[in-house]
Design a binder for this molecule. Structure first.
Ligand code: GNR
Ligand code: NI
Length: 170
């Protein structure tokens, strides 16, 4: 059980492209567990490895309702195979952009393919919050943040706020 610090804007590692995982060894299993521990502690419904400074293509999620049993999902080298044409607009937040929430429009449904922790390749169709969470987490693996979908004005306002905060902290 190891909770790791979550990186926040403007940390450059949030903008990096994460590397594919070649082998699911003990280090990757330990990383997945640290990510789940960190996500549950935050708390959040998802976490991507770059958010704790690990530039590997792995994300974790748990969309179980509050009070229900945990339902952790670990996706290694995930890829979206198909997006629906219909979109939904939902309010998103990000643990790396604390305390801010903005509406984002995304495809409503996706089909994702990934390798699970046992090495099995899984294909899964997702809708609702899971579909949004998958897209949000997979974006992190390519250095994309949800604020990148906002208007330039809104995005720049967010970036400025965190740049200013970082300057104060140093
Ligand atoms: O905890 C989180 N909640 C959330 C809400 C709406 C859309 C996406 C998310 S993911 C976020 C955790 C996070 O930052 N994952 O990268
Ligand atoms: Ni996020």
């Amino acid at each position: 059980m190891a909770k790791r610090p979550i990186l926040t804007l403007p940390d450059e590692r949030l903008r990096a492209i994460a590397e594919p995982i070649e082998k699911i060894d003990d280090a990757i299993k330990a990383l997945a567990q640290d990510m789940l521990d960190t996500m549950y502690d935050a708390p959040g419904i998802g976490l991507a490895a770059p958010q704790i400074g690990e530039l590997h293509r792995i994300v974790v999620m748990d969309l179980a309702p509050d009070g229900a049993a945990r339902d952790p999902i670990v996706m290694i080298n995930p890829e979206i195979l198909a997006y629906s044409d219909d979109t939904v607009t939902t309010e998103e937040g990000c643990l790396s952009i604390p305390e801010l929430y903005y509406e984002v429009e995304r495809p409503a449904e996706v089909t994702v393919r990934y390798t699970d922790l046992t090495g099995e390749v899984v294909e899964r169709h997702a809708e609702d919050r899971l579909a949004i969470c998958i897209q949000h987490e997979l974006d992190h693996l390519d250095g994309v943040l949800y604020i990148d979908y906002l208007s330039r004005l809104k995005r720049d306002r967010v970036l400025k706020k965190f740049q200013k905060q970082a300057r104060r902290a140093t």
